[in-house]
Design a protein around this ligand. Structure first.
Ligand SMILES: [Fe+2]
Ligand SMILES: [Fe+2]
Length: 198
């Protein structure tokens, strides 16, 4: 569960250290989503029927939560790094365009499965290409953040251990891993449970 932002206090600020912990937890949850997408991708490549409902649930989660809440939280972290220590800011200008590209790739894949659900034709080639693009690009982006940007953020947290940032404009709680799980994600939650037990 995202313990930090979901347990936010009344004055709507959060320790930078807790924000960073929250972002790492988001990444673990997003990696689970990518594992599930890859499992379905394998099924398609083996000419088996994938679980389109599951792919749609994953992409709904990724577009309504990850794009809309995770990335704005990262913006707060990266802005703090830039403001506090410009030596930590190298390459941060690449984050925004990558987030935009990922949002477009996510919307494209979500549109594919919505088109399939409505009876429209989406070729297997296109679906495989769009799923592969999304999984590879997001995994690459998260790896960069974890291996480089979050490590630099650790350095800032080490020197500014009592630094708080305002999260008053962030009002989206995690609908799958947060305290109030949306009923519409029941199928996704079951798949996450099954994956963890497999
Ligand atoms: Fe990011
Ligand atoms: Fe991220």
């Amino acid at each position: 569960m995202n313990r930090c932002l979901n347990d936010r206090d009344i004055n709507m600020t959060i320790l930078l250290a807790d924000l960073l912990a929250d972002l790492r937890e988001d990444h673990r949850n997003m990696a689970t989503m990518l594992d599930l997408l890859e499992r379905e991708l394998k099924r398609i490549r083996h000419n088996e029927k994938p679980d389109y409902e599951l792919i749609h649930d994953i992409m709904r989660y990724m577009t309504v939560y990850s794009d809309a809440a995770h990335h704005p939280k990262e913006d707060l972290l990266y802005a703090a790094m830039t403001a506090e220590d410009p030596s930590l800011a190298a390459g941060l200008e690449k984050v925004e365009p990558e987030h935009k590209d990922l949002a477009i790739l996510g919307e494209t894949l979500r549109n594919d499965v919505e088109a399939i659900a409505s009876g429209a034709t989406v070729t297997r080639f296109r679906l495989v290409a769009d799923m592969t693009d999304y999984v590879e690009r997001l995994r690459g982006h998260m790896s960069w953040e974890e291996a480089d940007l979050f490590q630099r953020a650790d350095a800032l947290v080490a020197t500014e251990s009592s630094m708080f940032v305002s999260i008053s404009h962030l009002d989206k709680l995690d609908p799958v891993f947060g305290p109030e799980r949306e009923h519409s994600f029941a199928n996704l939650l079951q798949n996450i449970k099954d994956l963890a037990e497999s």
